[in-house]
Design a protein. Structure first.
Length: 165
């Protein structure tokens, strides 16, 4: 597996043990070890997985549901308990919460109020969408357009791709 099944980040030290697989990922300086049990791997082949996987990806990237931390590495294990884990995830559920979450991130990127921030490369990466609990890039870009239309941000949106710059 070259990329994490959930976050789409490149994996390190991938090991398949038959009944589970284990690998590492890094994001924003944090190290994670992901262990996926056979029950979860079977679930990942279902259509329901596509509806729920972004929640687990967001939980990992936001440091939620970490089972253990060893030497600065956050260990996340998921198997037959995937349903229970999804229920425990705290994430923005309403459109307003999603806009506020995205706006907060954009604010944190600034060195000072009004500082221009180039996010064009960042918003193209699945880890950015998932960290904000967006299902995909289209939802992420949609909220950028809403923030722009409400004059909360000044952004250039590419006409054909809708990618914010």
């Amino acid at each position: 597996m070259e990329n994490c099944l959930l976050t789409k980040l490149p994996t390190k030290d991938f090991c398949d043990f038959g009944t589970f697989c284990q690998y590492g990922i890094e994001y924003e300086g944090a190290k994670f070890q992901i262990t996926l049990g056979l029950e979860f791997l079977n679930f990942s082949k279902t259509h329901i997985f596509n509806e729920k996987a972004y929640l687990l990806a967001g939980a990992i990237l936001n440091g939620q549901l970490i089972d253990l931390e060893v030497s600065g590495c956050k260990i996340f294990q998921i198997g037959s308990d995937w349903k229970e884990k999804i229920v425990k995830i705290t994430y923005p559920k309403t459109p307003k919460d999603k806009m506020d979450n995205l706006l907060k991130t954009l604010y944190l990127f600034q060195n000072f109020d009004g500082d221009e921030v180039d996010v064009s490369d960042l918003v193209r990466k699945p880890a950015f969408w998932y960290k904000h609990f967006f299902k995909n890039e289209f939802e992420c870009y949609y909220y950028f357009r809403i923030l722009k239309s409400q004059n909360l941000i000044n952004a250039t949106i590419q006409n054909f791709t809708n990618i914010p710059m």
